[in-house]
Write a protein that binds this ligand. Structure first.
Ligand SMILES: [Zn+2]
Length: 275
């Protein structure tokens, strides 16, 4: 029971919980995973995951970040720069509206896309790219990699990489594991193959469908030099990202007034965009 609870709490750190059924994605919010039953969390992940090995004592994320600090990032250097990141797109319901705001404000951001959606919406992928934003790899079907093998991790990453390459012409260097979750062997594989893993240190919690003011305060109250901000540009069935879309212009104005410059993650982390 304790292990189940810990697992549910892990999920709570993250955005929306996807379930990939082969026919499409559904979202179960992580809060319901914690507050309702463990069966909610198990439904999505264990269904296609029965064979995945389970570590007795997995190395926790903060330890992984320390041990692999060159490969696994969650913030940039202490400079007056901030990177906005948008996960789980491309999604025709929300991504175009986010792109419109960024275009109006002249801001470049980073989009971590899910392969199953990137494949479905190549035009939207091209729009993100043509408007000067950086694209990163957010897996194919949005699994919790803690519960997957290295082989499954590779398959998810490489499959999505191919889709991204086919739509915008490059192989991203940056990977964001869904829910921020990853195992040591997967970090080692990423390192060996020249990827950079990027989590975040400011969580908007926008996936909960919260209103604009709440999204804004979640971001503004925690943002600082070198921050990586987590927002979303896509979601499952029934998700509502209007709060994040409406908050975005004010978040940008407020942080710019405090002297921050918005950059994409490659610039913030002083790394290359492609592999
Ligand atoms: Zn995600």
């Amino acid at each position: 029971m304790l292990i189940q609870l810990k697992r549910a709490l892990f999920l709570c750190m993250a955005a929306s919980l996807f379930m990939y059924s082969g026919s499409g994605l559904q979202t179960v919010h992580a809060s319901s995973v914690v507050h309702e039953t463990k069966s909610q969390s198990d439904k999505g992940d264990l269904k296609e995951n029965k064979a995945a090995p389970v570590d007795a004592k997995p190395v926790d994320l903060s330890e992984l970040r320390r041990k692999y600090s060159e490969t696994f990032k969650f913030r940039g250097p202490e400079v007056k720069q901030i990177a906005l990141t948008f996960d789980d797109g491309p999604d025709p319901r929300f991504t175009p509206q986010i792109l419109d705001v960024l275009h109006r404000k002249g801001i470049k951001a980073t989009f971590f896309v899910v392969g199953v959606r990137a494949k479905k919406f190549p035009k939207l992928m091209q729009r993100i790219h043509q408007e000067g934003h950086l694209i990163g790899n957010h897996s194919f079907s949005h699994p919790n990699f803690r519960k997957r093998s290295v082989k499954q991790f590779q398959t998810e990453i490489l499959r999505t990489e191919k889709i991204i390459q086919n739509s915008v012409g490059y192989r991203p260097k940056l990977i964001r594991p869904p829910y921020g979750e990853i195992r040591e062997e997967q970090v080692q594989w990423a390192k060996k193959n020249g990827y950079t893993l990027v989590n975040w240190n400011v969580d908007s919690q926008d996936w909960k469908g919260i209103d604009k003011n709440k999204v804004k305060s979640n971001v503004i109250d925690t943002a600082g030099p070198g921050s990586i901000i987590l927002q979303h540009s896509g979601g499952g069935v029934g998700s509502n990202l209007n709060g994040t879309i409406q908050a975005l212009p004010e978040i940008i104005d407020t942080l710019q007034a405090q002297g921050y410059h918005f950059v994409d993650l490659a610039e913030l982390l002083q790394t290359t965009k492609y592999r």
